[in-house]
Design a protein around this ligand. Sequence first.
Ligand code: ZN
Ligand code: ZN
Length: 151
Amino acid sequence: MAAKNNCKKARREKQRQNMSDSEEICEDCNKEVSPDDKALVCSLRDNWFHIKCQRVSVADYDFLIKSDDSIQWFCKSCKGASQKVYKMLTLVHKRQDQLKSEIKNLSKNVQDCNGNITDLKANLHSVVSGTVKNILDERHEESVREQFDLL
Ligand SMILES: [Zn+2]
Ligand SMILES: [Zn+2]
């Protein structure tokens, strides 16, 4: 929607001129942000801060107010929060990579198991057929012997 964009532009314009229609209060010192003060708006929460309260250098401030909306400024508490989120995301990604390699190992194990089962089946077949052959041979010998005994 265009309205949000306009609002954003207005905010940046306000920041550029450092003017406020209503009284803006710096969240750090709880004092009014007057048009003469160098102040910035947090891109996340739209809160005002004196640059000296946030320890922003005048050079950074000049750069920020000249920039467009593509460059955002976050107050220290938002930056801290976003760093926490970033750390958490890094952990999640790390865990995801671990899980991926675990799954890889597991599927390799399953493949090995399948291979073993195939070998077992083949072995079992030869063992069983060998045993059956032995039994049949013995039977045959016995019957031959019986025939001879009968004679
Ligand atoms: Zn302040
Ligand atoms: Zn903030």
